[in-house]
Design a protein around this ligand. Structure first.
Ligand code: CUA
Length: 365
């Protein structure tokens, strides 16, 4: 019975889904690698069946019976040895051709992507323990969630700000180490929309295991809408506060109003007293010392993740905790227990304060 339970538990583990599986590629880079892998698997299965088949056949066909004479003693066979040298050589040659082709293909970033446009450049910066993403052509900075358009080749240029990390989105491309002093690159073209998990794949300190992120593959329209929302942040000041919000929320009179009021749709909700209280707390608790809510004006020196659009992010805390109100509250109140060693240090936060801060964060869409 215990054995049956173990077997059933083992089988239950095989039911999936496995979002981090390299065996279900969702882009050209990963498909190229997958083809080489599957070819190798098929050849290995063929060799296995052949070798084990001959072995079993020999065992039964030539097994000794009582009274058998001493078998004939032989010392090598040139014919057999030539055969078992040539067959593996041929198998290796068959594997080598697509392998070398794949190495050259994946090393070179395509100049035109599937949608006919130039590849989208994204700078990836590894931090202990979160990921920063910059879109130099769009002026956008974000963290822990990369948005990319479907069928557009993504050209990633990667660095680390501290130790060696490794960037990995299993369904799109291989792992690539990121270094403090040298740029590494990887590329892929996503062919399926959705949210796909990625991770840091190189031990980089105590929270290495909580250095995840998500790749959001958007339809071109959704990507344009995300881009527009991020760029609308340029109508905010350097703290990411809406400039006219000063009028609506007199608690922060220190921030001068400069921008035209037109584009500030999201921040008109700052009239909600709870949101206004949250906005005040974000300042009072020192959050804005490390975080920027403005994708177009990242914090100088970048201490903490950019929080533009944090209210709609799937995950928080370095991409591994669902972005629910409950988790945000836990994160605000017990940061060092949830992710020990993380750079974020915030004083005591009451339930009411957490609720107000969360209400404010939810306006960042
Ligand atoms: Cu970064 Cu492991």
């Amino acid at each position: 019975m215990p054995l049956l339970a173990v077997v059933l538990a083992g089988l239950a583990a095989c039911t999936g889904p496995f979002p981090q599986s390299t065996l279900s590629p969702k882009g050209d880079f990963a498909q190229t690698v997958d083809h080489v892998f599957m070819l190798t698997v098929y050849l290995a299965v063929g060799v296995f069946i052949l070798v084990e088949g001959v072995l079993l056949w020999t065992i039964f066909k030539f097994r000794g019976k009582p009274g058998d004479a001493e078998p004939k003693q032989i010392h090598g066979s040139t014919v057999v040895e030539v055969i078992w040298t040539i067959i593996p050589a041929v198998v290796l040659a068959i594997v080598a051709v697509p392998t070398v082709q794949a190495i050259f293909k994946t090393a070179e970033v395509p100049t035109v992507s599937a949608d006919g446009k130039a590849p989208l450049k994204i700078e990836v910066i590894g931090h202990q323990w979160w990921w920063e993403f910059r879109y130099p052509e769009l002026g956008i900075t974000t963290a822990n969630e990369i948005h990319v358009p479907l069928n557009r080749t993504i050209d990633l240029r990667m660095k680390s700000i501290d130790v060696i990390h490794s960037f990995w989105i299993p369904q799109f491309a291989g792992k690539r180490d990121v270094f403090p002093n040298r740029e590494t690159r990887i590329w892929f073209t996503p062919n399926t929309t959705g949210a796909f998990p990625g991770a840091c794949a190189e031990f980089c300190g105590e929270e290495h295991g909580r250095m995840d992120f998500y790749l959001m593959v958007d339809s071109p329209d959704d990507f344009a809408s995300w881009t527009t929302r991020r760029q609308a942040d340029s109508t905010l000041d350097n703290f990411g506060f809406a400039k006219p919000a000063v009028v609506a929320v007199p608690v922060v009179p220190a921030i001068p109003a400069k921008a035209p009021a037109a584009a500030l749709v999201a921040d008109t909700v700052a009239i909600d007293p709870k949101v206004a209280e949250g906005q005040k707390l974000v300042m009072a608790k020192g959050c804005i010392g490390c975080h920027s809510f403005n994708a177009m004006h990242p914090t100088k020196g970048v201490i903490g993740p950019n929080l533009s659009g944090i209210g709609t992010r799937k995950m928080i805390a370095g991409g591994w905790l669902e972005g629910s109100d409950e988790n945000l509250k836990r994160w605000l109140q017990h940061t060092q227990e949830v992710k020990p060693g993380v750079g974020m240090k915030i004083g005591p936060v009451t339930d009411a304060e957490a609720a107000a801060i969360i209400a404010y964060l939810r306006t960042k869409r």
